[in-house]
Design a protein around this ligand. Structure first.
Ligand code: CMP
Length: 140
């Protein structure tokens, strides 16, 4: 196993309900370290560029509208197999299918307002981390 970094976003539905601390506790309890973190409001351009891979999907316009509807917390999580571990902690994209005890099962409102985003591969994690953070902003 290798120490990895992954990009996490606490989404507007969760910041609106003041769930940042509860969600961060889930990461820390499972051994992931929050090595960078920033609260911000995404511009439409940033949301469209971040989710560019979904540009042709029918939900793209709504996804961009939702992700720009309120503050998000972008963060870098570091730990053993961080990409896969974070996806386990988050649970399935659709909260209706998410396993008990996962963030999305416990907190998500819908498949769109699903509280958190996490990188889906080590390669995408590198791109997504670099989208928000320079190396000097990451403090392991
Ligand atoms: P996320 O992990 O941030 O990646 C893309 C997001 O699109 C996803 O979580 C969901 O919040 C959102 N989304 C909305 N509708 C769908 C859908 N039908 N299938 C997959 N993702 C969807």
């Amino acid at each position: 196993m290798a120490v990895e970094r992954t990009l996490s976003i606490i989404k507007p539905d969760a910041t609106r309900r003041n769930l940042t601390g509860k969600i961060n506790a889930r990461f820390e309890e499972r051994g992931l370290r929050i090595v960078a973190q920033r609260r911000l409001k995404l511009s439409r351009d940033e949301a469209e560029r971040f989710y560019a891979v979904h540009r042709e999907r029918p939900f793209f316009k709504d996804l961009v509208a939702f992700m720009t509807s309120g503050p998000v917390v972008v963060q870098v999580l570091e730990g053993e197999s961080a990409v896969a571990l974070n996806r386990e902690i988050m649970g399935a994209t659709n909260p209706a299918s998410a396993a008990p005890g996962t963030i999305r099962k416990d907190f998500a409102e819908s498949i769109e307002a699903n509280s958190v985003h996490g990188s889906d591969s080590a390669e995408n994690a590198r791109t997504e981390v670099a989208f928000f953070f320079s190396e000097s902003e990451i403090c392991p």
